[in-house]
Design a protein around this ligand. Structure first.
Ligand SMILES: [Zn+2]
Length: 272
């Protein structure tokens, strides 16, 4: 009889515990649900839109050395990790965990509409010392857009970043890496610094951790800006990015690299 009573108490406690944790989740992030309709990338998935714009990037960087950047000085053992397309309440959170574990700062080029969806993740990025840059409001393919429409996307995103970070960013990265020369000049005249990369992890292809690690470590040099993603389109798998990150940081630390934000590696202002 006493045994049955004990089982009863245990069962009651278990039910109570689950009910309590459902009503008052300790992980506050679970209060920010995944909303597929609001999570779309206006220009479509990365894998369907991206070319291999590295040659174009090199050209733009040499044509507009004060506006368009792809890497910092090769004279210092520094690297900058950059993550596009966040925040979300899955991969971004895991990436933040890894960065926190290693005490490493990164730069997040965030999508404005997603900032609105995940305020707690935004607050965490800021609190943990990461830099925020503009990656448009809806992630359109800018090549097809008017200057007026582009400015609208950027201004709206600047405002929401300011709300969380306390500053209006000048660092901007275009979705899919695509940008026309006239647009580079238009954005330069509006005071933006355009941030590209010289090491593409190609993680948007849904690669494995081993493939991502190889892409990053074999192409890296001093002053590199590394491109990765902290969220994808609906259903895109970035678990390789999350898994690779821990190992990439450990290898680079062992090799004597210092991790800095993109504005630090480029020695430019990040805010206006
Ligand atoms: Zn993007």
């Amino acid at each position: 009889m006493r045994k049955r009573y004990a089982y009863g108490v245990i069962a009651l406690l278990a039910v109570g515990y689950f009910a309590f944790s459902y009503l008052f989740p300790s992980d506050n992030l679970s209060k920010e649900p995944f909303v597929p309709e609001k999570f779309q990338l206006a220009g479509g998935p990365e894998r369907e839109n991206r070319g291999f714009p590295q040659r174009e990037i090199v050209d733009l960087a040499s044509e507009y050395p004060d506006t368009f950047f792809r890497q910092g000085s090769i004279k210092e053992a520094k690297v900058a990790l950059s993550f596009d397309d966040g925040p979300d309440n899955n991969y971004t959170v895991k990436i933040l965990d890894t960065l926190k574990k290693h005490k490493v700062p990164a730069t997040f080029f965030v999508i404005g509409s997603r900032c609105e969806l995940y305020p707690k993740v935004m607050k965490r990025m800021v609190k943990e010392g990461h830099r925020l840059g503009n990656h448009t409001w809806s992630h359109p393919n800018m090549v097809k857009m008017s200057n007026e429409a582009i400015l609208k996307e950027l201004t709206k995103t600047d405002k929401i970043i300011k709300k969380y970070a306390g500053y209006t960013p000048v660092i901007f990265r275009s979705p899919y890496g695509s940008l026309k020369r006239e647009q580079v000049e238009f954005l330069r005249d509006k005071g933006y610094k355009l941030i590209s990369w010289n090491v593409d992890s190609l993680d948007w292809k849904g690669l494995s951790a081993a493939e991502i690690k190889t892409n990053v470590l074999e192409n890296l040099e001093q002053g590199s800006i590394i491109l990765q993603h902290s969220a994808g389109g609906p259903g895109e798998d970035l678990s390789g990015t999350v898994k690779a990150l821990d190992e990439i940081i450990r290898v680079l630390k062992k090799d004597g690299y210092k991790f800095v934000t993109v504005d630090e590696i480029l020695e430019i202002e990040y805010k206006r």
